[in-house]
Design a binder for this molecule. Structure first.
Ligand SMILES: [Zn+2]
Length: 281
């Protein structure tokens, strides 16, 4: 029967017996052990260097990148993509952050393979190639769960946004128009990274009751898994500058959408610590 003390005693006896073995064996073992420790330490140093060397931090100067490496807590890297470059999937566009240039056009626009409100020749049925596959996958997953999503409006050029905004101003007046439609050069739709979705039967088309439909509920619960956020939440008009739009999704990639969901932060402005944008400056 072993108790702790007798086990230790046996262990030391064994160790002592081993010491009567030839000393050459011991010195070889010792050298091998030292070499192993040095090698493991070296590999760890090399790994640490490689990780920090490959952390991509675009759109920042080298000194800022160095600061970011030092001050960035372990975990989510908020500097992974640029937030001012209109071609970046993290670009933050609002009433205080116009697109630069205001007439920006995405380089690659494609028609996603999913139900479409208009014909494939319509420019509004195109979206950025960066999000097209994610949008298709999301529509497919939603369909499997009984939510039939259709693309109502994707990319809108500076020109077409001008026409939409002017028509809103004519119909509702400027104050009301600014709550629901972006001025040209300030619309996420112009990046190709936003989409207005609706059920394929067009119920609650671009209307807040979309949020109560199976499609709206499915989107609110699942969009983040495909890299999308509901950009204009009902309780965030003071931050985003827009009233509740349960139909308007914005592609930011699975990493950011999942992190925002995890932290329960629903606006890009709050996540990136940017000023609220309730109105134009
Ligand atoms: Zn929209």
């Amino acid at each position: 029967m072993y108790d702790k003390t007798s086990y230790m005693a046996i262990y030391f006896t064994h160790f002592a017996n081993a010491s009567i073995m030839p000393s050459m064996f011991h010195s070889r073992m010792l050298i091998a052990l030292i070499l192993a420790i040095v090698a493991i330490g070296g590999i760890r140093v090399i790994n640490a260097r490689t990780e920090s060397d490959v952390t991509p931090l675009p759109n920042t100067r080298l000194s800022e990148q160095r600061d970011a490496i030092v001050t960035q807590p372990p975990g989510f890297n908020k500097n992974l993509y640029a937030i001012s470059d209109p071609s970046s999937i993290w670009v933050v566009v609002n009433k205080r952050r116009p697109l630069s240039p205001k007439t920006y056009t995405p380089s690659q626009l494609v028609v996603p393979n999913m139900p479409l409100r208009l014909g494939t020749g319509s420019s509004e049925m195109r979206v950025s190639a960066a999000m097209s596959a994610a949008l298709e996958q999301m529509a497919l997953a939603a369909k499997k769960e009984g939510a039939n999503l259709m693309l109502a409006s994707g990319y809108r050029s500076y020109g077409s946004q001008s026409a939409i905004y002017s028509s809103h101003v004519k119909t509702y007046g400027q104050v009301s128009a600014d709550r629901q439609s972006a001025r040209p050069g300030h619309s996420e739709h112009q990046t190709g990274l936003a989409a207005d979705l609706e059920p394929s039967n067009r119920a609650c088309e671009i209307a807040q009751c979309f949020g109560t439909l199976a499609e709206g509920k499915w989107l609110a619960a699942n969009a983040y898994k495909y890299g999308f956020i509901i950009r204009y939440q009902s309780d965030k008009e003071a931050v985003t500058g827009y009233m509740y739009e349960p139909w308007h999704v914005r592609y930011v990639g699975v990493g950011l959408a999942t992190e925002m969901n995890k932290q329960a932060i629903t606006t890009l402005e709050e996540f990136f610590g940017l000023p609220a944008a309730p109105g134009y400056e």
